[in-house]
Design a protein around this ligand. Structure first.
Ligand code: PMP
Ligand code: GLU
Length: 405
């Protein structure tokens, strides 16, 4: 069958592919330690589940408004006001099928062919592909590990052209694990304020997963009067509430953006699963969930510190200390072109390294190539401490010439 040309420029998601590979090996009975998936290993808090079950039992099984029920949109607007200091009305919110869908619909609604989109690297694998699908051109700006992968205002200023239409900000970041300080965001925003044609797409899905006393900051809150009309605020319930499988994302932005997204979504997916709407209300407004969110955050903080320390103790490995999300993005330059594992074969880049680590040591990591760094690999610490220790023992052994398992 003929496949559309538009897919020729798009890659499959490597994060999902590695997770699927690890799961397939586990199914064959192989004891794989997976640092692949970027998804909490915790279960969704009970009150949220109960809200969905009650809605299902009460017959909430029919079509709802495309953008979401008024109750769910109101709960989101309330949360954005309370937690993010953003003054959106419920009509300025649209609910989509996960954060990924929110971002995709937002880009489809705003980008025209030829529009340049500045993407700080390392970046989440899906941004460039979404931009291309929407007809835009990704422009990558490399953040250096020595600066915790953060961009400087000078770098940003130098990348702007008359075609620049969008800047993507993701803080806390996947895969970098870095979190911008408010002042650092201010400095970047001052650069962009001189170019009113540029809008900002702020992916804030890891906002609650911050460590070592760091705080996240919503882009539009930097200067609400200026940025309200130029910011797309994207978020989801996936990471904060351990709800990756539920597929609930949301976008807040100016009315014309939400109307455009609504038009597209009305021809694409319609509303998200109807009985999930009351679960959104519960997740964002029942104080009982706060304790669960904090418990998960603390666990991630402890695991992140531990993984970071252990990684840096391995000869040839360097890792920036994570301050948010749940990833260690690891520099493996020192391991390339040197004998590894029992076979003592060498790896030339991160793809080969990840392949060997999985086949020889049975540890799944995501090669950094599709995050923009071919000499890095990403390890997710959204897994238990025992798994983290077992996986790191294997990596340690693999890089020092052992079997690794
Ligand atoms: N943005 C980033 C930075 C992510 O890591 C992810 C990963 N899932 C998403 C968006 C999409 O989230 P969701 O699972 O809700 O689609
Ligand atoms: N965001 C997660 C990750 O980066 C989930 C997989 C995906 O959607 O890319 O691993």
């Amino acid at each position: 069958m003929q496949i559309a040309d538009r897919l020729n420029v798009v890659a499959e998601s490597i994060t999902l592919a590695v997770t699927a590979q690890a799961n397939a090996l586990k199914k064959q009975g192989i004891d794989v330690v997976s640092f692949g998936a970027g998804e909490p290993d915790f279960d969704t808090p009970e009150p949220i589940k109960d809200a969905a079950i009650a809605a299902l039992k009460a017959g909430k099984t029919k079509y709802e408004p495309t953008a979401g029920t008024p109750e769910a949109r109101t709960a989101i607007a309330d949360k954005l006001r309370r937690y993010n200091h953003l003054d959106y009305s419920p009509e300025e919110v649209i609910i989509s099928v996960g954060g990924k869908h929110s971002l995709y619909v937002a880009m489809m609604a705003t980008l025209n062919p030829g529009d340049e989109v500045i993407i700080p690297a390392p970046y989440w694998v899906s941004y460039p592909e979404m931009v291309k699908l929407a007809g835009g051109t990704p422009v990558f700006l490399r953040g250096e590990p020595a600066r915790d992968f953060k961009l400087t205002p000078q770098q940003l200023a130098a990348a702007i052209t008359p075609r620049t239409r969008m800047f993507i900000m993701n803080s806390p970041s996947n895969p970098g694990g870095h979190t911008y300080h408010r002042q650092e965001l201010h400095e970047l925003s001052h650069v962009l304020e001189r170019h009113p044609q540029i809008i900002v797409c702020s992916d804030e899905i890891y906002e609650r997963l911050v460590f070592n006393g760091q705080k996240s900051c919503s882009w539009a809150a930097l200067n609400w009067d200026f940025w309200k009309s130029r910011t797309i605020t994207c978020n989801c319930l996936s990471k904060t509430y351990a709800m990756t499988g539920w597929r609930i994302g949301y976008t807040a932005g100016p009315r014309e953006l939400i109307a455009a997204m609504n038009k597209l979504q009305s021809q694409m997916t319609s509303n998200i699963t109807s009985f999930c709407m009351p679960a959104i209300v519960n997740a964002l407004s029942d104080p009982a969930n706060e304790a669960a969110v904090e418990k998960m955050r603390l666990a991630f903080e402890e695991r992140g510190e531990h993984m970071w320390r252990r990684l840096n103790a391995i000869d040839g490995v360097r890792c920036v200390r994570p301050t948010g999300a749940f990833y260690c993005f690891v520099d493996i330059k020192g391991l390339l072109n040197r004998p590894l594992g029992l076979s003592a074969a060498v790896c030339r880049d991160a793809v080969e390294f990840a392949r060997r680590l999985l086949s020889d040591a049975h540890v799944a990591v995501v090669p950094g190539n599709d995050f923009g760094f071919d000499d890095h690999v990403r390890l997710s610490f959204a897994t238990g401490m025992d798994q983290i220790n077992r996986g790191l023992d294997r990596i340690q052994e693999f890089v020092t010439g052992g079997a690794g398992r």
